[in-house]
Design a protein around this ligand. Structure first.
Ligand code: GLN
Length: 314
């Protein structure tokens, strides 16, 4: 792995160049299946980079709170690994790509109930069902949110309008939950697992917060802002491997080929990227491509990764 320049001015110049290069890209559309997300200003655009020494370098709308959505699958996968161990997660959920969309029922049927990875909806809901304390919705939620706050190094809050909106429209995720239950792949009350999953997707975050989360993962679990060791260093490479395998769903292979940096997207328009040992990146721009990945987010992360030479394969 490469050691990158810690010259903040140099990194800021790369960020600004990326911002202005892609600012006027008009491709993509906000997620429309969740009405709240459809209404977000598509022009919002923020870029945050956090080095593993805690330096935060940012530009644009970096304090706008957007829905974390599927990026929340990363911290909850981590919590499930922390609480249950790597063997149990491999056996109960898996760490493979499905090759299908994030909400695929077909993938569950093909794998006979095996969710394949905690980074698609099925595996994420199964992971939520595994979070302890089991049978205690409030305690479970507290663990999940505290873990996210510890990774971000600051408090997050649920965007209540988004939560309500997702709860009213999550029929598809309800089908996933009960299909998994029919295969015995839900390890607590299915409705609680679904609700916890929906709530974690509705947490509001800024690019600054997610860049710190990414840098904490890059820094082997030690939050560079707070100094807190959030998770066991040995889990960092496991988590990054999961992100590298399926972080952008069906287009993850192309993404890794072009950018070389593991990244996880959310339909709120966020994308979080981790270069182990060195840096965490978060970009926010709501318009998505057909896979549910931020169009500008991808372009910017790839630009920064290429400019700083952040391929994990080199
Ligand atoms: N809450 C969204 C869903 O369950 C998250 C999907 C995503 O961000 N890819 O569909």
């Amino acid at each position: 792995m490469k050691t990158i320049s810690h010259d903040s001015e140099y990194i800021l110049s790369i960020i600004k160049t990326a911002y202005h290069k892609f600012e006027s890209v008009a491709e993509g559309q906000n997620a429309s299946y969740i009405p709240y997300l459809k209404e977000i200003d598509p022009k919002l655009f923020g870029i945050s980079v956090c080095l593993t020494d805690g330096t935060l370098i940012e530009y644009g709308d970096t304090s706008f709170q957007f829905g974390i959505e599927s990026i929340s699958k990363v911290p909850t996968a981590l919590l499930a690994l922390k609480q249950n161990g790597t063997e149990s997660i491999l056996q109960k959920i898996g760490t493979n790509a499905t090759g299908m969309d994030f909400g695929s029922l077909f993938a569950i049927l093909l794998e006979k109930g095996y969710p394949s990875t905690p980074l698609v909806n099925a595996g994420a809901i199964a992971a939520c069902s595994l979070i302890e304390p089991l049978g205690d919705a409030a305690g479970k939620w507290q663990m999940i949110q505290q873990n996210i706050d510890d990774l971000c190094g600051s408090k997050t809050e649920v965007l209540h309008a988004l939560y309500q909106n997702e709860t009213e429209t999550n029929y598809h995720n309800r089908s996933i939950t009960w299909l998994l239950k029919s295969y015995d792949r839900i390890y607590d009350d299915p409705e609680v697992a679904l609700d916890i999953y929906t709530r974690q997707c509705s947490i509001g975050v800024t690019t600054s917060q997610l860049a710190v989360m990414a840098a904490t993962i890059a820094n082997k679990g030690k939050n560079p802002k707070t100094g807190l060791q959030v998770f066991d260093a040995a889990l960092a490479s496991k988590l990054v491997s999961m992100i590298a395998t399926v972080g952008l769903y069906e287009e993850t292979g192309d993404w890794m080929f072009e950018s070389g940096i593991p990244a996880k997207s959310g339909v709120g328009g966020g994308i979080l990227a981790v270069y182990p040992g060195e840096v965490g990146i978060c970009v926010f721009s709501p318009p998505l491509n057909r896979f549910g990945n931020s169009v500008k987010g991808k372009k910017v992360v790839q630009y920064i990764a290429n400019a700083l030479g952040l391929s994990i394969y080199e």
